[in-house]
Design a protein around this ligand. Structure first.
Ligand code: SAM
Length: 217
């Protein structure tokens, strides 16, 4: 058995199930993805801790609960094509890869994109494609998407994401006018012209930087 399996089982029980997460597919994915592969060597002993961790370049791998919550709220089917913005370590993309058919993920920092590509290959996630670039424009080439997960916080919801969802699609995005705290929103595309938006509660993400996001400081 994988020596880290016990840590993952404990993480799922104490951090996810205890907070009320019941989605069996998401819980299984969180039990199976080797999070420690996506965590820097000097932080290995915290790989399954209940918090985000630094991955360099002032960026973070998100807290396990936040990744699980966002995946749950995306209501994924295993035939879905999903766009993720903000690859970071590649961990959320790896979890998504267990829940849908294809994942396209975009990271703006070349070093992180390259490292995530390597780690995702090491983890056996063959249905994930990592692109390097400004994800605030989405990824027209592979649109429409069944779901879009934005793993960095925008000042407001970029229009491209709404356009690149298919009718019936879901978008999860942290957004708000503060760079330090935001709300997590779920936007549903009900038809080509109709959207509904739900506020899922407060979160704190690193900023989405780009043409339709925040300016670099
Ligand atoms: N999902 C990641 C994981 O599992 O490790 C965590 C993502 S981290 C919280 C946010 C990431 O978004 C950072 O790596 C950051 O460089 C990236 N980012 C910020 N603005 C971006 C943009 N415009 N396009 C693509 N990536 C962006």
């Amino acid at each position: 058995m994988d020596p880290k399996q016990k840590e993952r089982d404990t993480m799922v029980r104490e951090q996810l199930e205890r907070r009320g997460l019941r989605n069996a597919r998401v819980l299984d994915a969180m039990r199976s993805v080797p999070r420690h592969l996506f965590v820097n060597d000097n932080l290995q002993k915290h790989a399954y801790a209940d918090r985000p961790l630094t991955i360099g370049h002032y960026q973070t791998i998100s807290q396990p609960y936040v990744v699980a919550l966002m995946c749950d709220q995306l209501e994924l089917a295993n035939t879905d094509k999903v766009l993720e913005i903000g690859t970071g370590s590649g961990y959320a993309a790896a979890v998504l890869s267990q829940l849908c058919e294809r994942v396209i993920t975009i990271e703006r920092i070349p070093d992180l994109a390259e490292k995530a590509r390597e780690t995702l290959a090491q983890a056996g996630c063959s249905n994930v494609t990592v692109h390097c670039g400004d994800g605030t424009l989405g990824h027209q080439e592979d649109a429409p998407f069944d779901a879009i997960l934005v793993s960095a916080a925008a000042p407001s919801v970029p229009e491209a994401y709404k356009q690149q969802l298919r009718a019936g699609g879901r978008l999860i995005i942290p957004a708000g006018h503060s760079r330090s705290s935001q709300s997590l929103y779920r936007v549903r595309k009900k038809s080509d012209t109709e959207f509904s938006t739900e506020d899922l509660g407060g979160v704190a993400f690193v900023p989405l930087i780009g043409e339709k996001g925040w300016q670099e400081t």
